[in-house]
Design a protein around this ligand. Structure first.
Ligand SMILES: [Zn+2]
Length: 275
């Protein structure tokens, strides 16, 4: 990527992210029922954002997606970290039942450290199914907690659970916004989707947004350190990778620390009156 192109990438402050996630219930004129908004963002709003990270495993929710959630709560918004499995098969030395408990405990502790709420579904690690049951389970949580922004996996992943999560979340957002679909809670429109920069989901990932996470970087790192795998105990040096990525993205977007995100194609559409 050229330097010019990098400079043209969208750089978001927390306030701008809040603007992108300002609440609203009316459908846009060209929007179909259940379809996420494709409107170009309007002026910056002071409405606090509500961000939900949705990942296959607890490590993904915190390491790759936790910083935008921490920023939202830091700015007075709300944050949720939903893991579709406990990642209980992630250790080669600790039995899955025991490791799952450790992952759940670490998630709850880490979420409290960033002022957010950890949520879980009970699918088995490595066997996350792509079906309506899973999508409706996520739909119900979207309708209950009403995040305006969802951060989740990009589909270009070697990990089958990550690819499954991508599909589940797309369908869940569709179902959540479908007013005619009767569930326990009324319909909720997710205003913005962001795909996380995850070392395991790098196939075709092209960053188009940088989010300045300088105010919460230390808090985010401390929360991540509640997971043994953050320190490299399962083989990959998560701490080194995500910390150095935050520095690299900060350099590219002219701030101390940043995360890069990728928008769905519909959100990259701009409507202009003149060039
Ligand atoms: Zn994972």
């Amino acid at each position: 990527m050229s330097g010019t192109t990098r400079r043209e990438l969208i750089k978001l402050s927390g306030a701008t992210l809040a603007a992108l996630s300002a609440s609203g219930t009316a459908l846009h004129s060209s929007q179909l029922p259940g379809q996420p908004s494709s409107e170009t963002p309007g002026p910056v709003s002071k409405t606090p954002s509500s961000v939900m990270a949705i990942a296959a495993h607890p490590g993904d929710t915190f390491f790759a997606m936790g910083a935008p959630v921490a920023l939202a709560t830091h700015q007075g918004g709300t944050g949720f970290l939903l893991s579709l499995t406990l990642g209980e098969r992630g250790s080669s030395t600790i039995p899955p039942a025991q490791y799952g408990v450790m992952q759940r405990d670490a998630s709850n502790k880490a979420a409290a450290m960033i002022g957010a709420t950890a949520l879980f579904l009970a699918y088995r690690d490595g066997e996350l199914p792509i079906n309506d049951e899973a999508s409706l389970a996520v739909c119900d949580l979207l309708r209950r907690y009403k995040p305006t922004t969802v951060v989740t996996h990009w589909k270009g992943s070697w990990h089958k659970d990550h690819r499954a999560c991508y599909e589940i979340v797309q369908n869940a957002i569709f179902y959540a916004g479908l007013a005619a679909l009767a569930r326990e809670h009324s319909a909720h429109e997710v205003r913005q989707i962001a795909f996380a920069d995850n070392w395991e989901d790098a196939d075709g990932f092209v960053a188009d947004t940088y989010l300045d996470i300088s105010p919460i970087f230390e808090q985010y790192s401390s929360a991540c350190s509640t997971f043994p795998m953050w320190r490299g105990e399962t083989g990959f040096r998560y701490n080194d990778y995500y910390s150095s990525r935050a520095v690299e993205c900060g350099c590219l977007s002219h701030c101390r620390y940043a995360v890069s995100l990728m928008s769905p194609a519909g959100q990259r559409v701009r409507k202009l009156q003149a060039l």
